[in-house]
Design a protein around this ligand. Sequence first.
Ligand SMILES: Cc1cc2nc3c(=O)[nH]c(=O)nc-3n(C[C@H](O)[C@H](O)[C@H](O)COP(=O)(O)OP(=O)(O)OC[C@H]3O[C@@H](n4cnc5c(N)ncnc54)[C@H](O)[C@@H]3O)c2cc1C
Length: 263
Amino acid sequence: MAEPGKRPNRPTHTGTVTVREQVSPSMVRLTIRSSSVTDGTFVPNGFTDAYFKLVLPDAGGDDVMRTYTVRRWLVAESSFEADFMVHGTAGLAGPWARDVQVGGELRFRGPGGAYVPDSEAGSHLYVADLAALPAVEAALDVLPDDAAGHVVVVHDEPEDVRDLITSLAVQWVVDADLATAYDKAVSLIEELPELPGLQAFVHGEAGFVRKLRPHLRVDRAVPAARLSISGYWKQGRTDEVWRTEKKDWMRPVNDREAQLDPA
Ligand SMILES: Cc1cc2nc3c(=O)[nH]c(=O)nc-3n(C[C@H](O)[C@H](O)[C@H](O)COP(=O)(O)OP(=O)(O)OC[C@H]3O[C@@H](n4cnc5c(N)ncnc54)[C@H](O)[C@@H]3O)c2cc1C
C-alpha cells in the first residue's frame, strides 16, 4: 500500500527476447516473452500507442529508463513485439537493441498509453519518424479497411523505406539530411488538401513536431482532443536531458494554444 499522497510503486517486469528480426537496416524487431503478460500485470490497455519503459543501467550502473511502443501484443504467447530504431552508437537503448540476442533478458515498466484511433473520424493524419512509426503501424492495424487520410513518414535512409499496410495514402519523405527531410515533410503536410473530420497523430523529433503544431492547431483548427502530438526524442539530447527540458520547451506553445480551446 502506498503512503497517502504518494504514487504506488510500479512493478518492474522481466522478459526474455525470443525472436530478433531485422525489419529494415535501422529497425530491429524484438519479440519479448514475459510472465507479466500471463499474470495480467502487463497487458493490452486499449491504446494503440501503448508503451513500456525499458530499464537499463547507465555508465555509472544507475537504472535509467527509455520509452518504447508495444508494436503488437501476442497475449496467447505471453509476448509482445517492439521495434527499436538503431540510431548509431550514441545512447543506451539503441545500442542495447543493436546487440541483444535471442535469450537476452530485460526489465521494463508499464504499460502506459494515450491514443486510440476514432473509427468514425472523417479523415486521419499520421506523421512520424522511425521512432514513432511503431505506434503509427499499431494504429493502422486497427483502422477500418475504408479509412481515409494520410501517413507521412520522415527519415534519412532510403533503405528503410517499406510498404505500410493501410488504405491511407502513404508518403515517405527521405533526405540524407534529416533536418531537410523534416522541412520537406512540414511543407508537404501544409499543402495537403482539406482533411474533414480530422484526427491526427503526430510524433517524432521534438523540433519537427513543434513546427507542425501551429499549422494543425491554427490553420487547420484541429481541436486539442483530436490531436495526439509530442516529441518522442530531441536531437542532440539524451532522454534524461530532454525530459528535464521538455516543460520549458513546451511552455510558449502551451501559452499560445491556451486561447484556442475555450473551456
Ligand atoms: C511514448 C514513446 C514511445 C516511443 N516508442 C519508440 C519505439 O517504439 N521505437 C523507437 O525506436 N523509439 C521510440 N521512442 C523514442 C525513444 O524513446 C528515444 O529515441 C530514446 O531517446 C532512445 O534512447 P537511447 O538510449 O537510444 O538514446 P538517448 O540516450 O536518449 O540519446 C542519445 C543520443 O541519440 C539521439 N537519439 C535518440 N533517439 C534517436 C532517434 N530515434 N533517432 C536519431 N537519434 C536519436 C539523441 O538526440 C542523443 O543525441 C519512443 C518515445 C516515446 C516518448
